[in-house]
Ligand binder design. Structure first.
Ligand SMILES: Cc1cc2nc3c(=O)[nH]c(=O)nc-3n(C[C@H](O)[C@H](O)[C@H](O)COP(=O)(O)OP(=O)(O)OC[C@H]3O[C@@H](n4cnc5c(N)ncnc54)[C@H](O)[C@@H]3O)c2cc1C
Length: 386
C-alpha cells in the first residue's frame, strides 16, 4: 500500500476515521489543481468564503464548537483531524486555523452574548482574527504597546499591530492590548474584540511569499463598547497562556497536513518519473528519503493526536513541553518534506507549473508564526530545567 502511515487509524474511533475520510474525499473532489487555481485567484487568495460556508453546512466548520452555539460539539482532536485533512487536501480555507485560535479564547472566556454572536458566526463558515504581534513586539509579545482606555463607557484603542492573519476576512479581530501599566510587562494586558469595520481601524495588506494572507492594523482612536472586553480586564497574559496548548496544536496539525501533501506529491512523482530506464523511486537514495520522512510523519501525527487528546481530557491542564514539541516537530517536518520534495522532483519541483514550490513557500513560514522554532526550543529546554 502506498501511504500506509497516513491512512492508518492511529488510535482513532470509527467515527473519527469516517470524519477524516469524508473531509479527505470532499477535498479530492472539490479542490483539484484546476479548481483550486480558480477558487484562489491563481493561488493568491487562500481563503474562499463559499468553500468555508459549504464546509459549515456539512457541520465541519463548527467541529470544535459546542452544539449550543451551532457547532458539532467535537474537541481539539476532531479539529486537528479537520485541519490536517484540509491542509493535506489544499482546501482554500486559509483563515480557519487562526479563527479556531479565537474560538478557543471565546469558549474559555466569552460571555454568553459573545459566544452566541461569534461562535455562531464561525459555525456558519465565518472568520475571526487575532492581533498580538506589533512592529517592536514579536517573540517578546509581552512588550506590546497598543493601548486601550475606558472613556465614557467605551474602550478607545490606539496603536499598531502587524502580521494579523486574515484580518481582511474576519468579522471581528481579537486585539491584545495594554489597559494598565502594571509592575511587569505581563501585567495590565487585556483582550478586546474589535469589528473589522469599526471606525478608526485600518487594515493594510502585507505582501509575502504566501500571497494575500496577513495584514498591518492601525488603530487610531478606535471606539468599541465596554462589552467588547473578552474575559477580565488586566488578565490578558494569563488568558493568552491558557490558550497556548490549543494554539500550538492547531498550527501543528495544519503543518502536518502540508507536510503530508508535499510527501504525497513527491512520492507519486517518483513513481512516474523515469531516468536511466527506471523510475527515480527505484534508486535507494530516493527510497531512503521517503523512508525517513514517512517515519517522521507517523511520529509527528502521534504526537499531535496525543497532545490534542490530553487537552480534550483536561482543558485546564497546561502542556507547555508537549504542545511546543508538537509545533516544533510538525512545522520543521513540513519544511523538510517540501525541501526534500523539491530535490526529489529535480527541476520540476522548482517550476511554478508544479505545486512543490508553493508548498515550500507555505512551509517556510510555519516555523516563524505562532512562536518561532527557537522560541519552542527555549520553552522545551525550560521544561527540562535548563
Ligand atoms: C505570515 C505570518 C502570519 C502571522 N500571523 C499572526 C497573527 O495572526 N497574529 C499575530 O499576533 N501574529 C502573527 N504573526 C507574527 C508571528 O507570531 C511573529 O512573526 C513571530 O512570533 C516572530 O516575531 P518576529 O517576526 O518579530 O521575529 P523576532 O521576534 O524579531 O525574531 C527574529 C529572530 O530572532 C529569534 N529570537 C527572538 N527571540 C529569541 C530568543 N529569546 N531566543 C532565541 N531566538 C530568538 C527568532 O527565533 C527569530 O529567528 C504572523 C507572522 C507571519 C510571518
Amino acid at each position: 500500500m502506498a501511504t500506509v502511515h497516513s491512512d492508518s487509524h492511529l488510535g482513532l474511533s470509527e467515527e473519527q476515521q469516517d470524519f477524516a475520510r469524508a473531509v479527505r474525499d470532499f477535498c479530492a473532489r472539490e479542490c483539484g489543481p484546476e479548481r483550486l487555481k480558480e477558487l484562489t485567484d491563481g493561488f493568491e487568495d487562500l481563503h474562499h468564503a463559499a468553500t468555508a460556508r459549504r464546509m459549515a453546512e456539512l457541520g465541519w466548520y463548527g467541529v470544535a464548537i459546542d452544539e449550543a452555539y451551532g457547532g458539532s460539539g467535537g474537541g481539539l482532536l476532531e479539529a486537528c483531524l479537520f485541519l490536517e485533512e484540509t491542509a493535506r487536501g489544499e482546501a482554500p480555507i486559509g483563515a480557519y486555523a487562526v479563527t479556531l485560535i479565537v474560538v478557543g479564547a471565546l469558549t474559555r472566556f466569552g460571555t454568553e452574548e459573545q459566544k452566541r454572536r461569534l461562535l455562531g458566526h464561525v459555525a456558519e463558515g465565518g472568520a475571526l482574527a487575532i492581533a498580538m504581534s506589533e512592529p517592536e513586539a514579536g517573540s517578546d509579545v509581552g512588550a506590546l504597546q497598543t493601548r486601550a482606555e475606558l472613556r465614557d463607557g467605551e474602550w478607545v484603542l490606539d496603536g499598531t499591530k502587524t502580521w494579523c492573519s486574515y484580518a481582511h476576512k474576519a468579522q471581528e479581530i481579537l486585539i491584545v492590548c495594554r489597559t494598565d501599566r502594571g509592575e511587569s510587562k505581563h501585567e495590565g494586558l487585556s483582550m478586546i474584540l474589535v469589528p473589522r469595520e469599526a471606525e478608526g481601524l485600518t487594515v493594510t495588506p502585507i505582501d509575502t511569499l504566501g500571497g494575500k494572507e496577513t495584514n498591518e492594523l492601525h488603530l487610531a482612536g478606535c471606539r468599541v463598547g465596554a462589552d467588547a472586553l473578552l474575559g477580565e480586564e488586566g488578565h490578558g497574559w494569563t488568558q493568552l497562556m491558557a490558550g497556548l496548548n490549543y494554539e500550538r496544536v492547531i498550527l501543528a496539525a495544519s503543518a502536518l497536513g502540508l507536510a503530508q501533501r508535499a510527501f504525497d506529491e513527491a512520492l507519486a512523482y517518483s513513481k512516474e518519473r523515469r531516468q536511466f530506464g527506471r523510475s527515480i523511486g527505484s534508486f535507494q537514495a530516493t527510497q531512503h528519503k521517503f523512508a525517513d520522512l514517512a517515519t517522521d510523519l507517523v511520529q509527528a501525527r502521534l504526537l499531535v493526536r496525543a497532545v490534542a487528546t490530553m487537552t480534550d481530557a483536561d482543558p485546564e491542564r497546561m502542556l507547555p513541553q508537549e504542545a511546543s514539541m508538537a509545533k516544533l516537530a510538525c512545522t520543521e517536518l513540513a519544511k523538510r518534506c517540501a525541501l526534500e520534495g523539491m530535490q526529489i522532483m529535480g527541476g520540476y519541483g522548482y517550476a511554478t507549473e508544479y505545486p512543490m514550490e508553493r508548498y515550500l513557500r507555505s512551509a517556510v513560514v510555519t516555523t516563524i508564526f505562532g512562536g518561532t522554532s527557537e522560541i519552542q526550543r527555549n520553552i522545551i529546554a525550560k521544561t527540562l530545567g535548563l
